[in-house]
Design a protein around this ligand. Structure first.
Ligand code: NAD
Length: 411
C-alpha cells in the first residue's frame, strides 16, 4: 500500500463515522494542485545534476496552505501527496487558520556540501516562487531541511516579490524566526505523551520509553520526557539503536549527538541494538520519530508497548494499526501528536505579520494551550463515539474542513 492510499484508509474510516457522501469525500481527499519541477544544479565538482522537486497543495478551505519541505532520497509524488493531505487534517485538528501542503526534493542531503544545498534550494524557489507566499502557501522544515534552508527560501523569494518573512516558517531566531520553533514538535510530542499517560491512569514516573529517530523531533521529545521523569531506555538513528535498561543518560546522549552530528556509530554509553529490535522492546511507550511505515503488519504483533505516540508522519501502516488496536494498544496519531511544529510555525507567521516579538515563555504557554485543547477534544470524541484516537482526530479535522468548504461555497 502506497503512502497516500494509507492516509485515504484513515480518512474513509472517519468519513464513515461522519456519514460523508461520496462526492464530499472525493472533494476533500483530492489535492487542489500538484507540481513537479526539474532542478538542474551545478555541483561543487563542476558536474551537472538534475533533481526533481515537488509541491502539493492539498486544501485551502480554512486558510493559506501550510506544510514542510522534505529533502530525502525516497521522496516521490505519492509521499508528498500523502503528507500534504495529513497537513490539511493536522492544521484543522489543532484549529489553526490554515490548509495543507507539502513539498520535497529527492536528494540525499548527507552527500551535499552546504553550498550545493543552498544552490538546490534557491533553484527550487526559482521554480515555485509563484505558487508560494504568506497568503497562499507557506513552507517549513521537515526531514533533511532546517532553519538555514528556510532563510535561503525567504531570501530567494524576496528577489521576486520583495520583503516577506511570512513566506516561510522555521527560520533562524536571529533572522525573523521565533524562539521555541525548533523544539516545538518534540516538545509537543512530550507534552501529549504526558497527557495521554495521565488520561490512561498510567504512572508517569519511571515510565519506560523507546524513541526511534534522534533528529529534531526525537531529541526534543527525549529531553522533555526525561525532564518529566520518564525513563528513556532506547534511542536510535538511521544507522542503529542504543539500549540501556536502567535509562539512557539523555543529556549525555544529546551532547554526544550535537558534538558528533549523530549518535551512530560512536556513542558508547549503551548496548547496541538494531532499529527493528528497538521497536519490539518491552517498554511502556514507543515513539517512532523517524520515517513513515516503521510499524507494519510484519512487526506489529511483536510490538510490546501499549502506548504509541506517532512523532513521525505516517509511522504506523493501517494494517498494523488494526493489529495494535486489537491488542489493546493506544495510538496517538501523527496529525495530533506531532502538531506542535505547525502550531509554533503559526505563531511565527503571526509574529512576522505583526512585526512583534514573542517570548519563549509565551510560545510554550500558547503551544501547551493549543495542543491540550485539541487533545481533550479528540479524547472526548473518541470516548463518546467509541472510536480510536486516530479516527476521532480525523473526524475533528475532516469535519472542520468540510464545514469551511460548505460555508465558503463550492462553485
Ligand atoms: P530529522 O532529519 O531531524 O531526523 C530524523 C532522524 O531519523 C535522524 O536521527 C535520522 O538518523 C533518523 N532516521 C532516518 N532514517 C531512519 C531509519 N530508517 N530508521 C531509524 N531512524 C532513521 O527529521 P525530523 O524533523 O526529526 O523529522 C522526523 C519525522 O517527524 C518525520 O517523519 C517528519 O515528517 C516528522 N515531523 C517533523 C516535524 C518537524 O518540525 N521537524 C514536524 C512534524 C512532523
Amino acid at each position: 500500500m502506497r503512502a497516500f492510499e494509507a492516509v485515504q484508509k484513515y480518512f474513509h474510516r472517519a468519513a464513515d463515522q461522519l456519514e460523508l457522501a461520496d462526492s464530499r469525500r472525493t472533494l476533500l481527499i483530492t489535492p487542489r494542485r500538484e507540481v513537479q519541477v526539474q532542478i538542474p544544479v551545478e555541483m561543487d565538482d563542476g558536474g551537472l545534476r538534475i533533481l526533481i522537486g515537488y509541491r502539493v497543495q492539498h486544501n485551502r478551505a480554512r486558510g493559506p496552505m501550510k506544510g514542510g519541505l522534505r529533502y530525502h532520497h525516497e521522496v516521490d509524488l505519492d509521499e508528498v501527496r500523502s503528507l500534504a493531505s495529513l497537513m490539511t487534517w493536522k492544521t484543522a485538528v489543532v484549529n489553526l487558520p490554515y490548509g495543507g501542503a507539502k513539498g520535497g526534493i529527492a536528494v540525499e542531503v548527507a552527500k551535499l556540501s552546504p553550498r550545493e544545498l543552498e544552490r538546490i534550494t534557491r533553484k527550487f524557489v526559482d521554480e515555485i516562487h509563484d505558487m508560494i507566499g504568506p497568503d497562499t502557501d507557506i513552507p517549513a522544515p521537515d526531514m533533511g531541511t532546517d532553519h538555514r534552508v528556510m532563510a535561503w527560501i525567504m531570501d530567494q523569494y524576496d528577489k521576486y516579490h520583495g520583503f516577506n518573512p511570512g513566506v516561510v516558517t522555521g527560520k533562524p531566531v536571529e533572522h525573523y524566526g521565533i524562539p521555541g520553533r525548533e523544539e516545538a514538535t518534540g516538545r509537543g510530542v512530550g507534552l501529549l505523551t504526558v497527557k495521554l499517560l495521565s488520561r490512561l491512569g498510567r504512572k508517569m514516573a519511571d515510565a519506560r520509553v523507546a524513541i526511534q529517530g534522534f533528529g529534531n523531533v526525537g531529541t526534543h521529545a527525549a529531553k522533555f520526557l526525561h525532564e518529566a521523569s520518564c525513563k528513556i531506555v532506547a534511542v536510535s538513528d538511521s544507522k542503529g539503536g542504543f539500549y540501556r535498561p536502567d535509562g539512557i543518560d539523555v543529556p549525555g546522549a544529546l551532547h554526544y549527538a550535537l558534538s558528533h552530528g549523530r549518535l551512530s556509530p560512536g556513542y558508547a554509553d549503551a548496548e547496541r541494538i538494531t532499529n527493528e529490535e528497538l521497536l519490539e522492546l518491552e517498554v511502556d511507550v514507543l515513539i517512532p520519530a523517524a520515517l513513515g511505515g516503521a510499524i507494519h503488519a510484519g512487526n506489529a504483533p511483536r510490538i510490546k508497548a501499549r502506548v504509541i505516540i506517532e512523532g513521525a508522519n505516517g509511522p504506523v501502516h493501517p494494517d498494523a494499526d488494526a493489529i495494535l488496536d486489537q491488542a489493546g494498544a493506544v495510538v496517538l496519531p501523527d496529525i495530533l501528536a506531532n502538531a506542535g511544529g505547525v502550531t509554533v510555525s503559526y505563531f511565527e507567521w503571526v509574529q512576522n505579520r505583526q512585526h512583534y516579538r514573542w517570548s519563549l515563555d509565551r510560545v510554550r504557554q500558547e503551544l501547551d494551550k493549543t495542543l491540550s485543547t485539541a487533545f481533550e477534544d479528540a479524547w472526548d470524541l473518541a470516548r463518546d463515539r467509541k472510536v480510536t484516537l486516530r479516527t476521532a482526530a480525523f473526524m475533528l479535522g475532516i469535519g472542520r474542513v468540510d464545514r469551511a468548504t460548505t460555508l465558503g461555497g463550492i462553485s
